[in-house]
Structure formats: C-alpha cells, structure tokens
Design a protein around this ligand. Structure first.
Ligand code: FPP
Ligand code: MG
Length: 346
C-alpha cells in the first residue's frame, strides 16, 4: 500500500513503516494510512496552528521557540489526544486546539529541561539554549506556556484546572529528579514519582481531555486517562533505556548519567552489580572518566532488557484499560501506537 507521508513527525509509526519489510511493515503502513484517514487533516491543522502560535510574541523568544517547535518531533501527545477524541465522536475544533496545547506544553518543558539538564542536542540539532542562550530558552518556554494557557482558556476554560494540576505534576517530577544531583537515591519509589510526574501526567491529560471533548462517559474518560498514564510511563522507561543503548535518538548518549539522573536501568543494574554504587558515587563527585565503565556494566547486567520488559508490562496494562472502551478504528490505532512506542529503538 502506498501511503502519502504525514506532514508531522509521527515517527514511531512512519519510521518503522518505511524501514520494515514483509508482513509487519505492510501492517504498519496500513495503520499509518488509517491514521492519515482518521486524523490526518486534523494533524495538519494542528501543525499549522503550532507554527502560527509559536510565532506570536517578541523575538528572540519566538526564534528559540520555533527553533524547537518547527523541527518536528514525534507529536505523540497531540496524536493521542485527537485519537482519544475520535474514539467517542467527532474531532472538533476544541479537540484540535487542545492538541496544540499538549504540544505547546511539551515544547515549553523541553526548552526549560535543556537548560536544567544542560542539554546540547535535541531532535538531531543543537538545543535552543546553545543557539540562543539559557536565558532566551527559559523565556521562550515561558512564552509557549502562556500561549498554551491562553489557548486552553479560549477553547475550554473548564480544562484549565486540570491543566494547572498537570503542570504542578510536571514541575514536581522534575524537582524530585533534581534531588538526585545532591544525593544518590536508587529507590524505585523515587524513580516512579519522577516518571509519573514529569512524563505520564501530560500523556494522561492528553488522553483524558481528548476523551472528554469527544463526549466520553466519565468512566470511559477515566479509562483513557489510565491508558495515557500507562503509555507515558512506558514511554519514559524506553527513553531511559535508550540513553544507554541508542546512538540515534538525536540526543547526547549517556546524558542522563552525566547529569546524575536516576533512571531505572541504573537502579536495576545497581541491584545486580555491587560495583556500580561506588562508581556512581564517583561520578557524582565529578569523576566522569568512570562513565564508560558504568555504561559497560549497565549493559552487561541486562538492566536495559529488564526495563524494556517492564515497559511492555505497563503497556499491556494500559491496553487492558483501553480495551474496555467501545471498539472503534481510533481505539485500534491507539492500541497500535502504544505498542509501537514501546517497541521503538531510536
Ligand atoms: C524531559 O525529560 C523533560 C520532561 C519530560 C519534563 C520537563 C519538565 C520541566 C522542566 C518542568 C516543567 C516546565 C514547565 C514549562 C511547566 P528528560 O530530561 O529525561 O529527557 P530528555 O532526554 O529528552 O531531555
Ligand atoms: Mg533532559
């Protein structure tokens, strides 16, 4: 089947679809065509709105914002929001506006995150902070945050309370993560709180609000919320494993380790290899030359496979919640997207 490319990233599906041969590739290309048929027009509109909104405001804030936003990205959050709406009804202009909000918030957090983490590369290019400086990157994030709040107020004022709570979770997750720089904390509870705060909260907002504006019952809205939370957790688990295993994420390899960031591959590897905790303490104390050894030990411990196994498990639970809402083409696509995100290798 010949599929016209989507104007947006949707890379988990489109990259895999173009690289896979045989039955699996064909199945994926078919799903991509279905996304195209179901929400392709809406995604194009979301993309146009994103470009317009991120241009609003004074330069150089807008330049830094557009440096990030116009480089694409997977657009996973808007896509799941639109598909969540399509599970229950028509995809209205309100759903499209909220899909833009989801990506604006995500972009704002990345502009801040790259300052906090001193990130050098994102989406295969130098980060906005490297091009425009830290101060501009922070203010560009603020600009996008304000656009997101204004757009929500215009599109669905009742969604603001939920969004503010979600923003609180995002910030809270990041702050808890930051504690790891002061003292080494290899507890699963801390890692879980970070993951749910900084990543799963926005996924869950997107699927829940999508369902709400699509006309879902409160019970189905909660199911979509649980689905979003699960795929958010799985997404971050895979991201954290990729920090050790992939050189093609468009980000700097071992960035998490360099930043003293606690992630599950480290937690699991430290449980299996008693030599790791002292090495990590050394990295904490600035002995960065030990990073290669830590990476080798993490890989040898099989921790990344274990993390992927846990991501599969969380995804399966998320899919069970999704399976309880009425069957529809959109539900099938959410199912496929969740599996694809968890299986991604870059
Ligand atoms: C990326 O994680 C960062 C996040 C998922 C959230 C960042 C949130 C904030 C900075 C606080 C909230 C900000 C606003 C504007 C409300 P990562 O660093 O693990 O991933 P990466 O490898 O992509 O950098
Ligand atoms: Mg980061």
């Amino acid at each position: 089947m010949n599929v016209a490319p989507l104007p947006v990233g949707l890379s988990p599906l489109s990259d895999a679809a173009s690289s896979l041969e045989g039955e699996e590739g064909a199945r994926l290309r078919e799903r991509l065509a279905s996304v195209q048929a179901l929400v392709g027009d809406e995604l194009r509109e979301v993309e146009a709105l994103l470009a317009r909104v991120s241009a609003e405001g004074p330069a150089p804030g807008t330049e830094a914002a557009q440096h990030l936003v116009l480089r694409g990205g997977k657009r996973v959050r808007p896509t799941v929001l639109l598909l969540s709406a399509a599970c229950f009804g028509e995809v209205t202009s309100t759903a499209r506006a909220l899909a833009v909000v989801a990506e604006l918030i995500h972009s704002a957090t990345l502009l801040h995150d790259d300052v906090v983490d001193e990130g050098d590369e994102r989406r295969g290019a130098p980060t906005a902070r490297r091009v425009h400086g830290n101060a501009v990157s922070v203010l560009a994030g603020d600009l996008l945050l304000v656009h997101a709040l204004r757009l929500t107020e215009q599109a669905l004022p009742s969604a603001l309370a939920d969004l503010i709570q979600t923003l609180g979770s995002l910030v809270g997750g990041e702050i808890i993560q930051l504690r790891g720089r002061r003292e080494l904390d290899l507890s699963l509870e801390t890692y879980d709180a970070v993951l749910r705060g900084k990543t799963a909260s926005l996924f869950s907002w997107a699927t829940r609000l999508g369902a709400r504006v699509g006309g879902a019952s409160p019970a189905d809205e909660a199911r979509l919320g649980a689905f979003g939370e699960g795929i958010g957790v799985a997404f971050q688990l895979v991201d954290d494993a990729l920090d050790y295993t992939s050189e093609e994420t468009g980000k700097t390899l071992l960035a998490d380790l360099r930043e003293g960031k606690l992630t599950l591959p480290l937690v699991v590897a430290a449980e299996r290899d008693p030599r790791l905790a002292p090495l990590l303490t050394g990295i904490h104390a600035g002995r960065l030359e030990q990073m290669d050894e830590v990476r080798r030990r993490v890989l040898e411990s099989g921790a990344c496979d274990e993390v992927r196994r846990r991501a599969d498990e969380v995804t399966e639970r998320a899919l069970s919640a999704l399976a309880e809402v009425p069957a529809s083409p959109a539900r099938g696509l959410l199912d496929a997207l969740a599996r694809q995100l968890t299986a991604r290798r870059v």
